[in-house]
Design a protein around this ligand. Structure first.
Ligand code: SF4
Ligand code: SF4
Length: 246
């Protein structure tokens, strides 16, 4: 058992050997943000500590990660443990929800992990920045255009660095994409064309749902680039509207 002094030092940091970790108020703020999420009460109903979720979790086989541990931390309101888990462990989950299908309490450890990830982003935790950095190109395309990949793009021409194995994916997709009912997903060209009105509506959604605010917390440079693109498209849309009036 930790002595009272040691516990307090862990919150405020050792003035000589450690940088401050997080104070009690910050830890509570993180937990309150997790707990007040509308999904929280649905995803956590109690916990037997039986470990069925961990036994069926694919991520637990490969990483130092246990959904049982995550649920227990939340169920027992272990603020330090929750914060620690948010520094690395929560990013190991594959979001497959096998755990949710197996838990006798009807918990969804994967769903709880998702809430914790979103709170990590909201609080600008370094772990969130590190995990999301490699996806900045994807976020740029997704947020600024509303789409990312069209079936036509899964071919050697667009992904030369994928090597010869790309052919295995490429061949059936040429045929399979014909079955996609939405014409915009049949070709590269149309999939990348998002009309101005749709783009502007999309930007409003990103703003109103807090996506842009979260992006600014995680990657300010990317936020600036996307904001410039949005401003440009909004101006183009205004011009287009004026043209229609004339
Ligand atoms: S959703 Fe996450 S925690 Fe649940 S089984 Fe899948 S990888 Fe494991
Ligand atoms: S979350 Fe469910 S499956 Fe996992 S340890 Fe708790 S009761 Fe068992």
């Amino acid at each position: 058992m930790q002595s009272g002094t040691t516990r307090i030092q862990k919150y405020i940091g050792d003035p000589v050997s450690e940088a401050p970790i997080m104070n009690r108020n910050d830890l509570e703020e993180v937990f309150v943000d997790i707990q007040k999420d509308i999904r929280f009460d649905h995803e956590l109903n109690g916990c037997l500590n039986c470990g069925i979720c961990t036994a069926t979790c694919p991520a637990a086989h490969y990483y130092d990660f246990s959904p049982r541990e995550i649920v227990q931390l939340l169920w027992t309101e272990n603020l330090e443990g929750i914060y620690d888990a948010m520094q690395e462990k929560i990013w190991s989950c594959a979001q497959c929800y096998t755990c949710a299908a197996r838990c006798p309490f009807g918990n969804s450890p994967g769903g709880l992990v998702m809430i914790m990830r979103e709170v990590a982003i909201k609080h600008g935790m370094q772990s969130a920045k590190d995990v999301l950095r490699p996806f900045s190109r994807v976020m740029l395309k997704l947020i600024s255009t509303g789409n990312q990949l069209a079936p036509d793009m899964i071919n050697p021409e667009h992904f030369a660095d994928w090597g010869p194995n790309i052919a295995k994916i490429d061949a059936p997709l040429k045929l399979l994409r014909q079955a996609i009912p939405m014409p915009t997903l049949n070709t590269t060209e149309t999939a990348w064309e998002v009309n101005l009105k749709t783009s502007v509506e999309l930007y409003t959604i990103w703003e109103m749902t807090g996506v842009l605010e979260q992006l600014e917390t995680i990657d300010e440079n990317l936020f600036d680039v996307i904001s410039d693109i949005m401003d440009e498209k909004r101006e183009d849309y205004e011009d287009w509207l004026e043209d229609q009036d004339d």
